[in-house]
Design a protein around this ligand. Structure first.
Ligand code: ADP
Ligand code: MG
Length: 608
């Protein structure tokens, strides 16, 4: 007999589905799963928190189109990973979470790290629910609380009913994660199944699932869209991370260049076309959104990032040509004037075919272009004055200006924080698709180090010389800061730049802090947004053998970044102390300030 264990079946099934990476934290009962994965040729990266492991795995899914695995232990391990699953699912990124669970014969007994039972009933109290469950037929009793917990944050959540079923369930999870709208999938493995053995001949093996099927949009909707576009006075193309995930850069570029229409990327849509493309009107973002009469929405949702498509940020009469593969997304918030359901590359090709038949393009001397260009020039001027402030501590704009001058054009920029992420989005340019990863649709803080590790491990495998630069607010860095050890352990030459303003949004300077300390109990005095002033985050990096730099001046910033860029062996951390009073550019007040939808701080992006 050729025996095979549950752990081996999981690992081999993943490998058969072209899964190449696994991130996780091992413990009983899944250590053997990680070891089997390595034996099967899957790269395993041990992380320091399951959330970060799940962020990393989901970034691999976005960057490669093939999901990676986040491997976690039962109970608390899986609960930590739920944050990462939710983030992946909300971002529409594929990821497979595999969670060990208690041995089946210990379920409901209060086993070590046993996930709380459904119904919230503690097994130690014999209440109604326990009796209720005990009276159910046995098929109901084996409902796994871990499977149920993950259902809320995934597209598919299941436990193989037997070792024989493992390859089929793994294939289904991988396929579900990338077919239709991508998302998170969960596979549960009971502890006793990990080392249990069966005869290989009794297993139903499943071959690798093909790439997601592609569908085109209804041709009548395509005709409608093109007709509408040709009558537009102020057309605008919005490029979202759906277009990036779809790898539609060639088609989208052709659409922009054939039509001559201005475009605006969403934060992670940046780079599908380079930020310095002549049709990019990011520097006139608010005006473009407000005055556009026809918007071509390419793989972006009309959520908070795009102010829901509502006034006062958009014209109440705006007509939306929406391209999305998810039927439920069409006409969300704003009724689509043309709803193009299908794969981005296929649908944009359809649009191009129809458009090219009579070689129409939007006139470059149109009033719309003049309006947008005038605003872009004015904003460029305003930014320049902020950049050249020579004060110490620096402001955001000065710091970002020098960082962007030194960064190679092909680097992958990971960014999170409040002002750090907002200002970084406008000042750090992207030139290549899928080269920006940030807090995303869910606005999750703590994603940076995990995303950076994923991007860097891909770079390491592909032996490309692209650098990963992780620009973090000091608060954001704190959420997953211990992943610095992971970076050092695997010698991933990530450059972390902590933009340190002593707090969430902003803190106080050291003198003010000391004054506050004299006034009494800091738990009642210190503003909740404050963090320890001038905290030495760079020492977190040196603690593990990486390079740390404390940066106060422009000269220190430039030399530390240049040195870090030369260092291809180890990660670096630049702790950039900036003025806690530094803020974003002045906002232009909106005329409809009383609008019923409160936009959050981060969504209330600059009036450009
Ligand atoms: P952003 O954050 O850039 O605004 P979102 O994540 O809100 O982008 O939206 C991305 C959209 O792209 C989702 O609605 C998703 O369904 C869609 N999408 C993902 N992949 C594809 C694809 N291959 N073709 C078309 N649409 C896609
Ligand atoms: Mg801060």
């Amino acid at each position: 007999m050729d025996d095979v264990t549950g752990a081996q079946l999981i690992a081999e099934a993943l490998k058969a589905q072209n899964v190449e990476y696994m991130f996780g934290i091992v413990g009983v009962p899944i250590i053997e799963v990680a070891m089997a994965a390595q034996a099967a040729g899957i790269k395993y990266l041990g992380m320091r928190n399951e959330q970060a492991a799940c962020y990393a795995a989901s970034a691999i899914g976005y960057l490669t189109g093939r999901p990676a695995v986040c491997l976690v232990v039962s109970g608390p391990g899986l609960i930590h990973a739920l944050g990462g699953m939710a983030n992946a699912n909300v971002n529409c990124w594929p990821v497979i979470v595999i969670g060990g669970s208690s041995d089946r014969n210990q379920e409901t007994t209060g086993a070590f790290q046993e996930f709380p039972q459904v119904c919230g009933v503690n097994h130690k109290h014999s209440g109604l629910c326990t009796h209720f469950f005990a009276s159910l037929p046995s098929m109901f009793q084996c409902v796994s609380p871990q499977v149920e917990a993950c259902r809320l944050y995934s597209k598919f959540s299941a436990r193989p009913s037997s070792l024989q079923m493992i390859p089929a369930v793994v294939e289904k999870a991988v396929r579900s994660s990338i077919y239709g709208r991508p998302g998170a999938c969960y596979v549960d493995i009971a502890g006793d199944m990990v080392n249990a053995k069966i005869d290989r001949a009794s297993v139903r093996f499943v071959s690798c699932c093909p790439a997601a099927p592609v569908s085109q949009a209804d041709s009548r909707e395509v005709t409608k869209a093109v007709k509408l576009l040709k009558t537009a006075q102020r057309p605008l193309i919005i490029i979202g991370k759906g277009a990036a995930y779809a790898r539609a850069e060639r088609e989208v570029r052709e659409l922009v260049e054939v039509t001559g229409i201005p475009f605006l990327p969403t934060p992670m849509g940046k780079g599908v076309l380079p930020d310095d493309h002549p049709n990019c009107v990011a520097a006139a973002r608010s005006r473009a959104l407000l005055q556009a009469d026809v918007v071509v929405l390419l793989g972006a949702r009309l959520n908070w990032i795009l102010h829901f498509g509502f006034p006062p940020r958009f014209s109440p009469h705006v007509k939306v040509i929406q391209v999305d593969l998810c039927a439920e997304e069409l006409s969300n918030n704003i009724r689509a004037a043309s709803a193009l359901m299908g794969d981005m590359r296929a649908v944009v090709s359809q649009l191009l075919e129809t458009l090219k038949s009579d070689s129409w393009s939007f006139p470059s001397d149109a009033e719309w272009w003049a309006t947008l260009k005038e605003k872009m020039v004015a904003n460029a001027h305003m930014s320049k004055t902020l950049v050249h402030h020579s004060t110490v501590p620096m402001n955001y704009y000065t710091a970002f200006h020098h960082i962007s001058e030194l960064l190679p054009k092909d680097c992958i920029i990971v960014s999170e924080g409040a002002n750090t992420m907002d200002i970084g989005r406008t000042t750090l340019l992207n030139y290549l698709p899928r080269h920006r990863l940030d807090a995303g649709t869910f606005g999750t803080m703590g994603v940076g180090p995990g995303f950076a590790i994923a991007a860097a491990v891909l770079e390491q495998t592909q032996q490309s010389s692209q650098r990963v630069v992780c620009v973090e607010g000091d608060s954001a860095f704190g959420f997953s800061g211990m992943e610095v050890e992971t970076m050092c352990r695997y010698k991933l030459p990530i450059i972390i730049i902590v933009i340190n303003n002593n707090g969430i949004y902003s803190g106080v300077d050291p003198d003010t802090w000391r004054e506050m300390e004299k006034m009494g109990d800091m738990t009642t005095i210190a503003p909740p947004v404050t963090l320890l002033p001038e905290a030495r985050y760079e020492q977190v990096m040196t603690a593990f053998g990486g390079c740390g730099y404390l940066v106060r001046t422009v000269e220190e910033l430039r030399s530390a970044l240049q040195e870090s860029l030369k260092n291809t062996q180890m990660p670096s951390l630049l702790n950039v102390l900036i003025d806690p009073a530094s803020d974003r550019k002045q906002q232009v007040p909106l005329s409809h300030a009383t609008h019923h939808l409160q936009v959050s701080n981060t969504s209330d992006v600059l009036i450009n």
